[in-house]
Design a protein around this ligand. Structure first.
Ligand SMILES: [Zn+2]
Length: 254
């Protein structure tokens, strides 16, 4: 029995599949439509997420990626029908920007209750030839359920959020969560990140479903992050190398 993952029901056709036993506390989301199911991100790749997904849906599964960082693509290896935004396509197909050893050190960095079957020496960064591309205008039709692509660069150059039009859910990846928002390393862009926050604010959001940490977050967190980033921008601190800034429900590492 695979107890690495925790499954939480958001509603009758939406599930969170989470890895609370790891410090990253990643969330993947399964969205079930009338015709097919969509899996947003696949987590760390420590347990077999496909086993969990197949217990929740028997429909065809399409995998989409908020961004190509290791903690969101670990379980891609279990699936065939995988999509990523075109700007990060080459990270999955050719070269991931972070060396394998750095990724491995991140995985084992903090205390973590790994399952017995997991062997860090066998860990590899996912890469495949047959990944398909998503573009700005794409809408994913699951059958009576349409999911829009919202480009949100900043945390990574091709980061996207997914917006469920009918339910007004925003699947925010690493753009919005309660915790440390990372926009400090070379492939990040802090000013793009602020612009992305302002862009998603234009959406009518009922629920934000984040990529990490606490799952029940208020949609007002978007405003709070906007205010925090705006204050840093106005002080000339929204650029690399400025350090870590703490706010009430989140931290910005720039
Ligand atoms: Zn992440």
């Amino acid at each position: 029995m695979n107890n690495w993952f925790t499954v939480e029901k958001i509603d009758d056709i939406t599930y969170a599949i989470s890895e609370y036993k790891h410090w990253e506390e990643t969330h993947c989301y399964l969205l079930i439509g009338d015709n097919k199911s969509l899996l947003i991100d696949t987590g760390l790749g420590i347990g077999n997420i496909k086993d969990v997904v197949c217990k929740l849906t028997n429909k065809e599964i399409q995998v989409v990626t908020t961004h190509a960082h290791w903690d969101h693509i670990g379980g891609h290896k279990y699936f065939k029908n995988i999509y990523i935004y075109y700007k990060e396509h080459k990270w999955l197909k050719e070269k991931f920007p972070i060396p394998l050893e750095v990724v491995k050190n991140n995985i084992i960095a903090k205390p973590c209750d790994f399952p017995d079957y997991f062997d860090i020496n066998k860990y590899e960064i996912f890469r495949a030839e047959s990944i398909k591309k998503l573009y700005d205008i794409d809408e994913i039709d699951l059958g009576n359920r349409i999911i829009k692509i919202i480009p949100t660069p900043g945390h990574s150059p091709g980061h996207i959020c997914f917006y469920d039009i009918k339910k007004k859910y925003l699947f925010s990846g690493d753009l919005i969560y309660k915790g440390k928002l990372d926009i400090f390393y070379p492939t990040t862009n802090p000013v793009d990140f602020l612009q992305s926050i302002r862009n998603v604010k234009k959406l009518d959001i009922y629920k934000v479903l984040p990529g990490h940490h606490e799952i029940n977050i208020s949609a007002t967190l978007v405003d709070d992050i906007d205010k925090g980033l705006t204050s840093l921008f106005e002080e000339g601190k929204l650029k690399h190398g400025q350090g870590i800034f703490k706010f009430d429900n989140f931290t910005i590492h720039v």
